[in-house]
Design a protein around this ligand. Sequence first.
Ligand SMILES: CC(C)(COP(=O)(O)OP(=O)(O)OC[C@H]1O[C@@H](n2cnc3c(N)ncnc32)[C@H](O)[C@@H]1OP(=O)(O)O)[C@@H](O)C(=O)NCCC(=O)NCCS
Length: 202
Amino acid sequence: MIDVATFYRSLPVLETQRLLFRPLTLDDLPCVYAYASDPEVTRYLRWPAHPSLYHTERFLRQSLDLAARGMDASWGIAIRKQDKLIGAAHLMDIIRSRRQAEVGVVLARRFWGQGYGTESLEAVLGCAFNQLGLERVQGVCCAQNIAGQASMARAGMIEDQACRQGVWQKGAIREMLVYTRTIDKRKADSQTPTPRPSIKKG
Ligand SMILES: CC(C)(COP(=O)(O)OP(=O)(O)OC[C@H]1O[C@@H](n2cnc3c(N)ncnc32)[C@H](O)[C@@H]1OP(=O)(O)O)[C@@H](O)C(=O)NCCC(=O)NCCS
Protein backbone atom coordinates (compact mmCIF):
# COMPACT_ATOMS: atom_id res chain seq x y z
CA MET A 1 0.00 0.00 0.00
CA ILE A 2 1.42 3.39 -0.94
CA ASP A 3 2.24 5.98 1.69
CA VAL A 4 -0.71 8.31 2.40
CA ALA A 5 1.42 11.48 2.45
CA THR A 6 2.87 10.59 -0.96
CA PHE A 7 -0.64 9.93 -2.25
CA TYR A 8 -1.91 13.34 -1.13
CA ARG A 9 1.20 15.16 -2.38
CA SER A 10 0.91 13.68 -5.85
CA LEU A 11 -2.75 12.83 -6.25
CA PRO A 12 -3.09 10.54 -9.28
CA VAL A 13 -5.03 11.83 -12.27
CA LEU A 14 -8.10 9.64 -12.83
CA GLU A 15 -10.16 9.31 -15.98
CA THR A 16 -13.60 7.87 -16.57
CA GLN A 17 -15.66 7.78 -19.72
CA ARG A 18 -16.77 11.42 -19.35
CA LEU A 19 -14.74 12.88 -16.50
CA LEU A 20 -11.22 13.82 -15.52
CA PHE A 21 -10.08 13.99 -11.89
CA ARG A 22 -7.02 16.13 -11.25
CA PRO A 23 -5.59 18.08 -8.32
CA LEU A 24 -7.27 21.42 -7.60
CA THR A 25 -5.33 24.60 -8.40
CA LEU A 26 -5.81 28.28 -7.58
CA ASP A 27 -7.06 28.81 -11.15
CA ASP A 28 -10.14 26.81 -10.14
CA LEU A 29 -11.19 29.59 -7.75
CA PRO A 30 -14.18 30.94 -9.79
CA CYS A 31 -15.55 27.43 -10.46
CA VAL A 32 -15.12 26.30 -6.85
CA TYR A 33 -16.81 29.50 -5.64
CA ALA A 34 -19.69 28.91 -8.06
CA TYR A 35 -20.71 25.63 -6.39
CA ALA A 36 -19.38 26.23 -2.87
CA SER A 37 -21.44 29.44 -2.53
CA ASP A 38 -24.70 27.72 -3.58
CA PRO A 39 -26.81 26.95 -0.46
CA GLU A 40 -28.65 24.19 -2.35
CA VAL A 41 -25.34 22.43 -2.97
CA THR A 42 -24.14 22.69 0.63
CA ARG A 43 -27.57 22.06 2.18
CA TYR A 44 -26.76 18.58 3.50
CA LEU A 45 -22.99 19.01 3.78
CA ARG A 46 -21.04 19.64 6.99
CA TRP A 47 -19.85 23.04 5.79
CA PRO A 48 -21.94 26.17 5.13
CA ALA A 49 -22.17 27.90 1.74
CA HIS A 50 -19.16 30.18 1.19
CA PRO A 51 -20.28 33.77 1.79
CA SER A 52 -17.64 35.39 -0.47
CA LEU A 53 -14.98 34.75 -3.08
CA TYR A 54 -12.42 35.65 -0.42
CA HIS A 55 -13.73 32.78 1.75
CA THR A 56 -13.32 30.31 -1.13
CA GLU A 57 -9.82 31.62 -1.87
CA ARG A 58 -8.79 31.08 1.76
CA PHE A 59 -10.29 27.56 1.65
CA LEU A 60 -8.48 26.75 -1.61
CA ARG A 61 -5.15 28.05 -0.31
CA GLN A 62 -5.54 25.96 2.85
CA SER A 63 -6.41 22.88 0.75
CA LEU A 64 -3.35 23.38 -1.46
CA ASP A 65 -1.16 23.86 1.61
CA LEU A 66 -2.45 20.62 3.17
CA ALA A 67 -1.81 18.83 -0.14
CA ALA A 68 1.75 20.15 -0.32
CA ARG A 69 2.31 18.82 3.21
CA GLY A 70 0.81 15.44 2.30
CA MET A 71 -2.02 15.77 4.81
CA ASP A 72 -5.13 15.94 2.64
CA ALA A 73 -6.16 16.64 -0.96
CA SER A 74 -9.20 16.81 -3.19
CA TRP A 75 -9.60 16.16 -6.88
CA GLY A 76 -11.19 18.78 -9.07
CA ILE A 77 -13.74 17.03 -11.30
CA ALA A 78 -13.72 18.26 -14.89
CA ILE A 79 -15.57 17.27 -17.99
CA ARG A 80 -12.98 15.61 -20.21
CA LYS A 81 -11.52 17.63 -23.07
CA GLN A 82 -13.15 20.84 -21.79
CA ASP A 83 -11.19 20.83 -18.49
CA LYS A 84 -14.19 22.65 -17.10
CA LEU A 85 -14.44 22.16 -13.35
CA ILE A 86 -17.86 20.86 -12.30
CA GLY A 87 -17.12 19.81 -8.71
CA ALA A 88 -14.72 18.04 -6.40
CA ALA A 89 -14.11 14.60 -4.94
CA HIS A 90 -12.36 13.76 -1.72
CA LEU A 91 -10.85 10.63 -0.22
CA MET A 92 -10.34 11.47 3.44
CA ASP A 93 -9.64 9.90 6.82
CA ILE A 94 -7.45 7.24 5.26
CA ILE A 95 -6.55 4.71 7.95
CA ARG A 96 -3.86 2.45 6.56
CA SER A 97 -3.95 -0.04 9.44
CA ARG A 98 -7.67 -0.63 8.83
CA ARG A 99 -7.39 -0.33 5.05
CA GLN A 100 -10.29 2.15 5.05
CA ALA A 101 -11.21 5.71 4.10
CA GLU A 102 -14.19 8.01 3.51
CA VAL A 103 -15.34 9.38 0.17
CA GLY A 104 -17.16 12.63 -0.57
CA VAL A 105 -18.39 14.18 -3.83
CA VAL A 106 -19.84 17.61 -4.55
CA LEU A 107 -21.06 18.88 -7.93
CA ALA A 108 -22.30 22.24 -9.16
CA ARG A 109 -26.11 22.15 -9.34
CA ARG A 110 -26.43 22.38 -13.09
CA PHE A 111 -24.47 19.14 -13.45
CA TRP A 112 -26.78 17.11 -11.21
CA GLY A 113 -29.01 14.39 -12.62
CA GLN A 114 -26.67 13.25 -15.39
CA GLY A 115 -24.91 10.39 -13.64
CA TYR A 116 -21.74 12.38 -12.87
CA GLY A 117 -22.09 11.79 -9.12
CA THR A 118 -22.13 8.01 -9.54
CA GLU A 119 -19.30 8.15 -12.09
CA SER A 120 -17.22 10.20 -9.62
CA LEU A 121 -17.82 7.81 -6.72
CA GLU A 122 -16.88 4.86 -8.91
CA ALA A 123 -13.64 6.59 -9.95
CA VAL A 124 -12.63 7.34 -6.36
CA LEU A 125 -13.57 3.84 -5.16
CA GLY A 126 -11.51 2.33 -7.99
CA CYS A 127 -8.53 4.46 -7.01
CA ALA A 128 -8.94 3.57 -3.31
CA PHE A 129 -9.06 -0.16 -3.98
CA ASN A 130 -6.72 -0.55 -6.95
CA GLN A 131 -4.14 2.19 -6.44
CA LEU A 132 -4.13 2.79 -2.69
CA GLY A 133 -4.75 -0.81 -1.63
CA LEU A 134 -7.68 0.00 0.65
CA GLU A 135 -10.37 -2.59 1.31
CA ARG A 136 -13.30 -0.58 2.68
CA VAL A 137 -14.58 2.89 1.76
CA GLN A 138 -17.49 4.60 3.45
CA GLY A 139 -19.61 7.63 2.66
CA VAL A 140 -21.58 9.51 5.30
CA CYS A 141 -24.86 11.03 4.17
CA CYS A 142 -27.66 12.95 5.80
CA ALA A 143 -30.94 10.95 5.79
CA GLN A 144 -32.71 13.79 3.94
CA ASN A 145 -30.12 13.79 1.18
CA ILE A 146 -31.90 11.50 -1.25
CA ALA A 147 -29.56 12.28 -4.20
CA GLY A 148 -26.50 11.52 -2.05
CA GLN A 149 -27.93 8.16 -0.98
CA ALA A 150 -29.04 7.25 -4.52
CA SER A 151 -25.64 8.00 -6.03
CA MET A 152 -23.85 5.90 -3.39
CA ALA A 153 -26.29 3.02 -3.95
CA ARG A 154 -25.70 3.31 -7.73
CA ALA A 155 -21.97 3.08 -7.06
CA GLY A 156 -22.50 -0.24 -5.28
CA MET A 157 -22.31 1.09 -1.73
CA ILE A 158 -24.62 -0.46 0.85
CA GLU A 159 -26.07 1.23 3.90
CA ASP A 160 -24.77 -0.12 7.19
CA GLN A 161 -27.95 0.29 9.25
CA ALA A 162 -26.11 -0.33 12.52
CA CYS A 163 -24.16 2.90 11.95
CA ARG A 164 -27.13 5.28 11.82
CA GLN A 165 -26.75 8.05 14.34
CA GLY A 166 -27.95 11.54 15.15
CA VAL A 167 -25.32 14.24 14.74
CA TRP A 168 -25.56 17.92 15.66
CA GLN A 169 -25.11 19.78 12.39
CA LYS A 170 -26.10 23.24 11.23
CA GLY A 171 -28.21 23.93 14.30
CA ALA A 172 -30.16 20.67 14.42
CA ILE A 173 -29.77 16.96 15.09
CA ARG A 174 -29.53 15.25 11.72
CA GLU A 175 -29.74 11.52 11.17
CA MET A 176 -26.59 10.41 9.38
CA LEU A 177 -26.37 7.22 7.34
CA VAL A 178 -23.17 5.36 6.55
CA TYR A 179 -22.81 3.66 3.18
CA THR A 180 -19.88 1.33 2.60
CA ARG A 181 -18.33 -0.65 -0.15
CA THR A 182 -15.67 -3.27 0.37
CA ILE A 183 -13.21 -4.46 -2.23
CA ASP A 184 -14.32 -7.32 -4.42
CA LYS A 185 -11.42 -9.66 -3.65
CA ARG A 186 -12.18 -12.01 -6.53
CA LYS A 187 -12.04 -9.14 -9.05
CA ALA A 188 -8.89 -7.67 -7.47
CA ASP A 189 -7.17 -11.06 -7.46
CA SER A 190 -8.05 -11.67 -11.09
CA GLN A 191 -6.38 -8.34 -11.97
CA THR A 192 -3.19 -9.31 -10.16
CA PRO A 193 -1.17 -11.71 -12.30
CA THR A 194 -0.50 -14.89 -10.35
CA PRO A 195 3.24 -15.65 -10.27
CA ARG A 196 3.99 -18.88 -12.11
CA PRO A 197 5.14 -21.60 -9.73
CA SER A 198 8.72 -22.59 -10.38
CA ILE A 199 8.95 -26.22 -11.42
CA LYS A 200 11.96 -28.11 -10.20
CA LYS A 201 13.51 -30.13 -12.95
CA GLY A 202 15.29 -33.43 -12.58
C1 LIG B 1 -25.10 13.92 -4.46
C2 LIG B 1 -24.65 14.33 -5.86
C3 LIG B 1 -23.13 14.23 -5.97
C4 LIG B 1 -25.31 13.34 -6.85
O1 LIG B 1 -24.87 13.66 -8.16
P1 LIG B 1 -25.73 13.26 -9.45
O2 LIG B 1 -24.79 13.29 -10.59
O3 LIG B 1 -26.91 14.16 -9.53
O4 LIG B 1 -26.21 11.79 -9.07
P2 LIG B 1 -26.23 10.45 -9.91
O5 LIG B 1 -24.91 10.10 -10.49
O6 LIG B 1 -26.80 9.42 -9.01
O7 LIG B 1 -27.20 10.72 -11.10
C5 LIG B 1 -28.53 11.05 -10.88
C6 LIG B 1 -29.36 10.92 -12.12
O8 LIG B 1 -28.62 10.85 -13.32
C7 LIG B 1 -29.12 9.78 -14.13
N1 LIG B 1 -28.01 9.17 -14.86
C8 LIG B 1 -27.21 8.17 -14.46
N2 LIG B 1 -26.28 7.90 -15.39
C9 LIG B 1 -26.48 8.77 -16.41
C10 LIG B 1 -25.84 9.00 -17.66
N3 LIG B 1 -24.78 8.28 -18.04
N4 LIG B 1 -26.30 9.99 -18.42
C11 LIG B 1 -27.38 10.72 -18.04
N5 LIG B 1 -28.02 10.55 -16.87
C12 LIG B 1 -27.59 9.59 -16.06
C13 LIG B 1 -29.70 8.80 -13.14
O9 LIG B 1 -30.70 8.02 -13.73
C14 LIG B 1 -30.23 9.71 -12.07
O10 LIG B 1 -31.52 10.15 -12.39
P3 LIG B 1 -32.68 10.15 -11.33
O11 LIG B 1 -32.30 11.15 -10.28
O12 LIG B 1 -33.85 10.58 -12.12
O13 LIG B 1 -32.77 8.78 -10.77
C15 LIG B 1 -25.13 15.77 -6.21
O14 LIG B 1 -26.52 15.82 -6.03
C16 LIG B 1 -24.47 16.84 -5.33
O15 LIG B 1 -23.39 17.31 -5.62
N6 LIG B 1 -25.17 17.25 -4.24
C17 LIG B 1 -24.63 18.27 -3.32
C18 LIG B 1 -23.46 17.74 -2.49
C19 LIG B 1 -23.84 16.46 -1.78
O16 LIG B 1 -24.90 16.37 -1.16
N7 LIG B 1 -22.94 15.47 -1.83
C20 LIG B 1 -23.17 14.14 -1.30
C21 LIG B 1 -22.94 14.07 0.13
S1 LIG B 1 -23.37 12.44 0.74
